[in-house]
Design a binder for this molecule. Structure first.
Ligand code: GMT
Length: 376
């Protein structure tokens, strides 16, 4: 199949999922065209069957806001015609599903029929999409997609609760490529550069937005390090980072916390991590938690959104109520204070991650694509 993938090219989960999906589909022989405003961070351009088409938005002083959707839908029309693309798969409803719908309409006028698959990722429904500014356009573009998928059962239910959706939504969970993780993590693990043998390593990875509850990450770690010698790795960048650094100073733990910024070496950091923290307000899925588990790292998270579909209480980690930093710190200590327990949680985390192996998830997408093409 010739498939166009539209996504955000940044470090965020939806872009990572879209990129990894495209790369795997290309390995399976499909021709994949990424269409976005800059090269996705995990995209290796020199792979067979992979194409990247950049959307340029010319600056014009009349516009207070440059019209990206227009540029994207025009690019989609041009690329579908030029490359004979058969299907559009848009990740994140805003504005991709809307632009995709416009492209479909323009193509139909020219005698070209093409189905659109929309994958909902989370904040496009729960935080941003639900805002009255966007809600009618988001409902419209979901209802006019040919196939709609969501990355968790919880997100599917939230979508039906928040919007007037008339379409079926198919749950296809996020995935990880376990074989690649094995290869990456068997390369040398530079643990000694980060901590002493007696210190445990705790990690958090995110885009440092409010929804991640970064102060809770620091407070949980603060609780841990009072009982267990430990270091905290803070990976990523975003609006809450400066306040997080200040909080570490206030609590007197700056020497125990390393702020990495955005990193393309997530697996190298996870290979020496003992415990992962994700105390988010909500997560449709929690891809960062799954990536940790795939490296054999147990997770302390909240029980919000789709997190219970990924992290299993008392098995791959623990899940606390949003804001209950005491519970989460206590459970973290219970895992980290006994090496036998830690080992058990690590191997359980890996076992759960195996359920989400790309090999199990990819056929679900391929079958949906076939169904979407048949529906035309
Ligand atoms: O976590 C974020 O804020 C980024 C966001 C995105 O759009 O990339 O992540 C969402 O999509 C990921 C991939 O499907 C999910 O794993 C994240 O849980 C989800 N984030 C939220 O729901 C807050």
């Amino acid at each position: 199949m010739k498939i166009a993938i539209v996504c955000y090219p940044t470090f965020g989960g939806s872009g990572v999922v879209a990129t990894e999906l495209g790369l795997e589909l290309a390995r399976r022989g499909h021709e994949i065209h990424f269409i976005t405003y800059s090269q996705p961070v995990r995209l290796a351009l020199l792979s067979p069957n992979i194409y990247y088409h950049e959307v340029h938005v010319p600056e014009y002083p009349l516009f207070h806001y440059q019209p990206y959707e227009l540029a994207l839908s025009s690019k989609l029309v041009d690329m579908v015609k030029l490359h004979g693309i058969e299907l559009l798969h848009v990740h994140y409803a805003i504005p991709h599903a809307y632009a995709g719908y416009m492209a479909k309409k323009m193509l139909k006028e020219q005698g070209i029929k093409i189905p659109m698959v929309t994958t909902l990722h989370g904040t496009d429904i729960t935080l941003v999409g639900n805002h009255p500014t966007y809600k009618p356009a988001v409902s419209f573009s979901i209802n006019h997609s040919d196939v709609v998928t969501s990355v968790s059962q919880d997100l599917k239910e939230e979508t039906y609760r928040l919007f007037d959706i008339k379409r079926d939504i198919t749950v296809i969970p996020n995935f990880i490529e376990l074989d690649k993780k094995k290869m990456d993590t068997t390369s040398e693990c530079h643990r000694s550069m980060m901590a002493t043998d007696t210190q445990k390593i705790v990690t958090h990875i995110s885009n440092f937005r409010k929804v991640k509850r970064i102060p809770d990450v620091i407070k949980i770690f603060y609780g841990i390090q009072k009982t267990i010698p430990a270091k905290l790795m803070m990976v990523g960048d975003g609006p809450e980072k400066a306040a997080a650094e200040e909080l570490c100073e206030e609590l007197g733990i700056t020497d125990k916390v390393i702020f990495f910024g955005n990193s393309s070496e997530i697996d190298k950091i996870l290979c020496y991590t003992d415990l992962f923290l994700l105390p988010s307000e909500t997560e449709s899925f929690g891809l960062a938690a799954l990536e940790a588990m795939a490296c054999g790292v147990p997770v302390i998270s909240t029980n919000s959104g789709g997190l219970p579909e990924v992290n299993r209480e008392g098995y791959s980690g623990y899940l606390g109520n949003v804001g209950d930093v005491e519970y989460m710190a206590e459970k973290a200590i219970s895992i980290l204070s006994d090496d036998k327990v830690l080992y058990e949680f690590k191997s359980n985390a890996l076992k759960v991650a195996q359920e989400f192996d790309i090999k199990n998830v990819m056929p679900l997408y391929e079958n949906l694509y076939k169904k979407a093409l048949k529906q035309l």
